[in-house]
Write a protein that binds this ligand. Sequence first.
Ligand SMILES: [Zn+2]
Length: 124
Amino acid sequence: MKCPFCSFEESKVVDSRSTEDYTAIRRRRECLKCSKRYTTYEKIEDIPIQVIKKDSTRENFDKNKIVSGLIKACQKRPVSINQIEEIAGEVEKILSNQMIQEVKSDFIGELVMERLKKSMRFPM
Ligand SMILES: [Zn+2]
């Protein structure tokens, strides 16, 4: 990491702590040349969830696919685009909270259907 003041490449870490939501580590660094301090953030790179389809092929999880699938499926149902986006967002959150790397497409379908039924029962 180059010092933003003098571009020297070596520094020492003087403090490191998690950000409030624990998704990153914030480090205070001190340049070994000019002694000025600056901050860096260390983050986990997002790992895309792999969806295992019925024919055993895999593809990256894509929330937009849920949205477009639902729009097609709900053309004649009282479900708004907002609700569809919400359903897709919830499913994405559930999967990323489980910290899984692979999921069967059937399971995604179940999660979607559960939520779809709920929003048809309580239309907005
Ligand atoms: Zn420096």
